[in-house]
Ligand binder design. Structure first.
Ligand SMILES: [Zn+2]
Length: 121
């Protein structure tokens, strides 16, 4: 690894098990991978060396999308007012990026909570 870690484009998920990355990272053949644990750094190295895919998959939870959207109207309205337009593509690049960054952050936060606490059956 040379240079500074690119925190502004850090992958969210461990390159071995798809759990949340936790500050561990490894560079292999000029690609950066994050890891959930020190142990998985070596697992990532082996996986990439053996050209293996990750067996786990991440799926979208439609209910969580809906829950985030329920509370998202105020975010949208504030940004629309700030940009003097309800037309998304007329907003500043910074505000468009903020819009999605905040949405994804809220979604992942909700899914993190669901994973930790379970959902009502
Ligand atoms: Zn992992």
């Amino acid at each position: 690894m040379t240079g500074k870690f690119p925190y502004n484009r850090k992958p969210s998920l461990c390159g071995y098990c798809l759990r949340g990355g936790k500050g561990f990272f490894i560079t292999i053949e000029n690609k950066i991978y994050v890891s959930c644990s020190y142990e998985h750094l070596e697992k990532i190295r082996q996986r990439v060396k053996n050209k293996e895919d990750i067996k786990a998959v991440i799926e979208v939870n439609p209910e969580s999308i809906n829950k985030v959207l329920e509370d998202y109207k105020s975010v949208y309205l504030n940004l629309a007012r700030k940009n003097n337009s309800f037309v998304f593509h007329e907003w500043t690049t910074e505000d468009k990026q903020f819009f999605f960054r905040k949405f994804v952050s809220l979604y992942l936060g909700l899914e993190d909570k669901n994973a930790r606490e379970g959902i009502d059956g």
